[in-house]
Design a protein around this ligand. Sequence first.
Ligand SMILES: *Cc1c(COP(=O)(O)O)cnc(C)c1O
Length: 396
Amino acid sequence: MAFDWLETQLSERAEQGYLRQRKCQQYEKDNIICINDAHYLNFSSNDYLGMRHHEGVLQAWVEGLAQFGAGSGASPLVTGHTQAHLALETYLADALDREAVLLFNSGFSANQAICQALFAQGGDILADRLMHASFLDGASSSKAQLRRFKHNDIKHLASLFEKVKSQDCLVATEGVFSMDGDSAPVREIADITSTNKGWLMLDDAHGFGVLGEHGLGTAELHNLSQSDVPILMGTFGKAIGTGGAFIAGSQTLIDYLVNYARHYIYSTAMPPSQAVATLFSISHVVNNGDGRAKLHENIADFRDRFSALIGQASESDLYLADSHSAIQPVIVGTPEKALALSEALAQRGIWVPAIRYPTVPKGEDRLRITLSATHTSKDIEVLVDAIGLSLEEVVK
Ligand SMILES: *Cc1c(COP(=O)(O)O)cnc(C)c1O
């Protein structure tokens, strides 16, 4: 029978504890998420600054709708590229001190586009092994020779340069890693990459909006110029609270992508109203540091409380990853335990997802807690108390 392996694969996943099922959210606001008519305090959102519900963002979106209509009506090279898109691109290029910027409908498509447009003829990609699936899949389906270096390991990266045969070598890393929450040594990676005459690409999906004095991300934090990071990618679906993504770099790079990036050329442009709302959100984030300050306060508060809890616990094969970002993973080691803890927390009204293999390596199954500027210190206290109680229950 055609495709009868679909069911086999699903039951294999189920047996191993890795079957994924979606939960339908009825609504989420002020950190309360409603699922199956039950309410939970939410620690699973990438909306790090609460911009999804910011009144100015909503108002800008409505004004964009009135001016431009619901959708863009066409792909960008036909008539889908509007003043709203141009204004967002121009703002970003200026703020990030890049020559040019190109918008994409998602970070996933931006990463695929980079790999496929730049490596249609071959070349080399050296990528951190924990790079996001959208980049690794793009790289492995391109004509490039993909090699992965050990996570944040400069020595291993240096040794891989010796194997590069082509002239065109792209090194890829993330500002803040999406499952571990830790940061790459981007300055060192930029230096070694330029010494080896390669290009560095930085995926800053989780740094953009959150890091740097104005929230412009890892590039701002480490003062990385266009020549340090020739390809800078960021997304709008996380701290910016809308959706979509951008690539920033030289005018030549952007002109090339406009001509050769199939994900850009053959996809309906982002709704202009979304570009209007996104521009409002970014400029708000750039001009107001309060949300960022509160987020960093919450991160420190959580880490302090969690360390105090684990200091007392008998259970020691569980640990908090060394992360100073909004992403705070608690590594528990097995998919069953991750799920059981997530469920025990849900019983207590706390929503924390279990992240399992294959999203993370085997044996690193975890709870992935994400914090937001909109959490109060009471919320964090409640979370850590609930983790303590759930641990006692699950371990017994
Ligand atoms: C979320 C994410 C993406 C994908 O971005 P979307 O806009 O959600 O498609 C790419 N890279 C990283 C590191 C991400 O966390």
